[in-house]
Design a protein around this ligand. Structure first.
Ligand SMILES: [Zn+2]
Ligand SMILES: [Zn+2]
Length: 244
């Protein structure tokens, strides 16, 4: 397996950037994880619309789904211009209802439901879902293939599921949406230090920090994580990482 970072911004895209989006390749199959603002544009640098096999939406916040409506156009228009493809399988939570309804409305998508503790065969890989701690229904993903494990926290604060999700993973992409100096009484994201602590505690082999708010200095974010775990890295836009 390998994964390409199509979007690493949180909230809104940095200049020339994109919000949440990751293209996972499993033995020549392509699974897009999240479809935020600017993600399609970056995905088309790698594959055309006919090559996309499935889409998983970790949750239905706008910075993770805002390219969905134009994805529907891309499928429809490509078909009209001779690049016909089957309807796209999409796995997503069923709440918030208003966003889930919008996902189901028109367009060539087949919607399957993500639930807590779900396991699924994903082109020969084994996918397991974990309910995370975030204001809306959100799932972390653990995907294992040929002994290599990829973990994605989606958006979350530290929670009970983190251990099982991250345990001994080869590569973990984690939501570092905050700095310790911005800590509030109610948090929606982890700080960079919290990501590094959890990665350390649960034996993550390689940690990539993502969901970087463009209003935060990424160098400061990385430095905070490295005070806890010196080999922490930022998930770099358009970088491809081998898993395992
Ligand atoms: Zn987000
Ligand atoms: Zn979110």
């Amino acid at each position: 397996m390998k994964i390409t970072i199509l979007g690493n911004s949180g909230g809104f895209p940095a200049a020339g950037g994109a919000t949440s989006g990751y293209l996972l390749e499993i033995d020549g199959h392509y699974v897009l994880i999240d479809c935020g603002s600017g993600v399609l544009s970056n995905m088309f640098k790698i594959i055309d619309i006919t090559k996309l096999d499935a889409l998983i939406l970790t949750h239905l916040h706008n910075d993770h789904i805002s390219d969905i409506d134009v994805l529907k156009y891309a499928i429809d228009l490509s078909g009209k211009y001779g690049m016909k493809r089957d309807a796209l399988p999409v796995f997503a939570p069923e709440t918030p209802e208003i966003a889930a309804d919008s996902l189901r409305s028109e367009g060539n998508l087949i919607i399957g439901r993500l639930k807590d503790g779900m396991t699924m065969n994903l082109y020969g890989a084994h996918l397991e879902t974990f309910r995370m701690e975030h204001p809306v229904e959100t799932y972390g993903l653990r995907i294992e293939h040929n002994g290599a494990v990829f973990a994605f926290t989606a958006d979350s604060t530290p929670c009970a599921a983190m251990g099982a999700l991250l345990q001994n993973s080869d590569l973990a992409i984690m939501d570092a949406g905050m700095l310790e100096k911005h800590r509030k009484s109610v948090m929606m994201h982890m700080t960079a230090a919290e990501c590094a602590e959890a990665a350390d505690r649960y034996g993550v082999k390689k940690l990539l920090l993502t969901h970087i708010l463009p209003l935060i200095d990424a160098d400061e974010l990385l430095a905070e994580a490295r005070t806890v775990r010196p080999d922490s890295e930022l998930a770099l836009l358009m970088n491809t990482y081998e898993i395992g």
